[in-house]
Design a protein around this ligand. Sequence first.
Ligand code: AMP
Ligand code: MG
Length: 308
Amino acid sequence: MEHIRKAVEKLASPRLRAAVSIQTTLLSSLTNMMREEGMMQLLPVMVSPITDPLNHSVLEGSIRYGSTELQLTKSMILHKQLAMASGLDGIFIVSPNVRLELPERGSTGRHLIEFSQLDFEMRGRKMEDVMRFSERLLVQALRDVRARHGKELELFGRELHIPSTPFRAYDSRGLEKEFGPDWERILSASSKGPVWVTNHEREFYDAEEPDMPGTYRNYDIIYPEGFGEGLSGAEREWEYSRILYRMDKNGMDKAPYGAYLEAARMGRLVPSAGAGFGIERMLRYMCGAQHIEEVSPFAKVPGKEIIF
Ligand code: AMP
Ligand code: MG
């Protein structure tokens, strides 16, 4: 009963009220900037035969609809690419994602099994365009939260610093050499402001540098003060032959991706770049909360009993 009492009390706490009010500001700040940029809002896809294969293992989450097996959306990356066929210049989605993260991730302070991304994609743009746009989004959201939520931030004992742009950028290979596999934690803990880390070897849809195989046109924002990764994005692979090549390179079974591959074969995928901010993670960083569950009313922490 104790854990239920705690979960109910969290719902009634001034800190949670403060967090939700900050979240409302950061979401309107971010989405307003997207609208001002001429981007169009799509509604989320929650189930589909295909979803993001991800770069790390999670427990499988699918449901049956008659004889069809539907995946719960891990991210809308493939649907973002398909939606660009409409001729829209830019799209964004407040997208609920279900990733059944392994129980040991419960202690990172930044993993949930259900979270939301502010996910966006821009036609014909390059990684540098999306990096500059993402910095503007984050800085404006920080400014708006700091201007409107002095009282709420005080409740968290949080003093928010507005970072200058462009953020400093590092290559993941250099970091790995210098700090070993734990580079993200070390970099985040020692940084005073958000930084970029580029060039990660990961999912097939993140574009490889055309003249430098093994170098990738992708980028993550790492929050300072130990809050860790806050955004991932990339320029995309969009040509049929390149997608097949990258899927093979990642040892993927192509069978489940038949319809997506057919769209690529038909020439319906277009060059684009995009990214996604984890909303709960951005809110945790802004509040300076120890664990992401403190700022999310119905947080589902990997490995922890789910109450609501
Ligand atoms: P990804 O493209 O997989 O890096 O996901 C995009 C963003 O979503 C990440 O940069 C995080 O901010 C957020 N995110 C990813 N996984 C989780 C998770 N399990 N819990 C909370 N936020 C997450
Ligand atoms: Mg990531």
